[in-house]
Design a protein around this ligand. Structure first.
Ligand SMILES: C[S@@+](CC[C@H](N)C(=O)[O-])C[C@H]1O[C@@H](n2cnc3c(N)ncnc32)[C@H](O)[C@@H]1O
Length: 353
């Protein structure tokens, strides 16, 4: 089963013309698993649900070893570690590395995928502008499944839109023309008006981007031949060091219910989540919805950036927003934009635009 999954993910990756190294490693791992090799033994006892993305857990475990300096032979193939050798030949070295470090690899594949992707802020920031214009209130931003909390600093990144710079113009992290269409009529005016007054997050297993180990873990979930994404995380971690945001180690439903109990009438509380749904049990998803729909009368909005509920064959995520007390608190939340897996480009389709 793991062999089949790895093979189909490798084919999808190849169709999307992404990471030749990971295509090579996934194919090698698939054949090894089918033959009952080290990959089969590493995943023994793992439920292997596709939503838990076993292939990313395996590759992140290998990438972690490489970045830590514990797999110098394999590092020759990993651009993130300075390697420049072509991917052909990488699998045999990876197989030997897995065999030599099996206990450590087993420990790491037991962890949830922790891709904290600052690129998703191009959707979040536009959503905040839209909400800020509609409500004309300062925002209290609450993120569930925040990982290291890098995206809670969304307003501290720079966004070049139509030639104008929104957000924090001197930011270390800049997104250049990430939007098609606009979330608001005048983004410059909306950006000047946006005020994020409070921010906080929770995660079942938060990472700490202010530590070397935390940064290494964050980098390990990024593909080694995607330097732009590696740089984004490094920049966002530097910004977080200057503007730390607390991410509490709590499950989403319980944490959110507590936070929503303090929602204030003179602020818009915005709940944000990106790529979290697939990791939640049905009852936790229901408890999160119930925490939102049963909260008091203070203004609330819930922005979600998630894959479509039924796979539509596209490589787009949907940005949806539900609001309370007015609007569609319990009905289906409307789509206000579509975005790439890692953010850009965002295509806006806000109501009325
Ligand atoms: C793929 S990561 C996405 C991180 C971040 N939202 C982003 O888009 O950059 C999913 C995150 O959800 C967290 N998570 C999974 N189940 C959770 C739960 N029940 N409560 C809180 N966080 C959870 C994981 O630990 C992980 O950090």
């Amino acid at each position: 089963m793991i062999g089949e999954l790895l093979r189909s993910r490798a084919a999808a990756l190849e169709r999307a013309r992404r990471s030749r190294l990971y295509v090579e490693l996934m194919r090698g791992a698939a054949d090894d698993a089918d033959a009952g090799g080290i990959v089969a033994s590493i995943f023994e006892g793992d439920p292997l649900t596709p939503a838990s993305v076993p292939e990313l857990r395996l590759l992140a475990a290998l990438h972690h070893l490489v970045l830590r300096g514990d797999a110098p032979q394999l590092a020759r193939f990993f651009p993130s570690a300075g390697g420049a050798e072509p991917p052909a030949g990488a699998w045999e070295v990876a197989r030997q590395t897995l065999a030599a470090h099996a206990p450590c690899i087993r420990d790491r594949i037991g962890r949830t995928v922790q891709t904290n992707e600052p690129g998703r802020c191009v959707a979040l920031y536009g959503g905040l502008l839209w909400l800020s214009e509609r409500h004309r209130l300062p925002i209290r931003l609450l993120e569930i499944g925040a990982s290291a909390g890098l995206n809670l600093n969304a307003d501290r990144f720079a966004y070049v839109v139509g030639g104008a710079t929104l957000g924090e113009p001197a930011s270390l992290l800049t997104f250049n023309e990430p939007w098609e269409g606009l979330p608001v009529a005048d983004p410059v005016v909306a950006a000047a008006r946006l005020q994020v007054a409070e921010r906080a997050g929770c995660d079942r297993a938060p990472l700490d981007s202010t530590t070397g180990e935390g940064r290494l873990a964050l980098q390990s979930y990024i593909w080694p031949d995607e330097p732009e994404r590696l740089a984004r995380v490094a920049h966002a971690a530097r910004i977080a060091a200057r503007h730390p945001v607390r991410v509490e180690q709590r499950d989403a439903a319980v944490w959110l219910a507590g936070r929503l109990a303090d929602a204030k009438p003179d602020m818009l509380t915005v709940v944000w989540q990106s790529v979290v749904n697939q990791y939640l049990e049905d009852d936790e998803r229901a408890a999160i919805l119930s925490a939102f729909t049963s909260a008091g009368a203070a203004p609330l909005a819930w922005l979600t950036l998630e894959p479509p509920a039924t796979a539509d064959g596209s490589d787009r995520f949907e940005l949806r927003c539900r609001e309370r007390p007015e609007g569609n608190g319990s009905g289906e939340a409307p789509v206000i934009a579509r975005a790439g897996y890692h953010g850009p480009p965002v295509v806006w389709q806000v109501p009325g635009s």
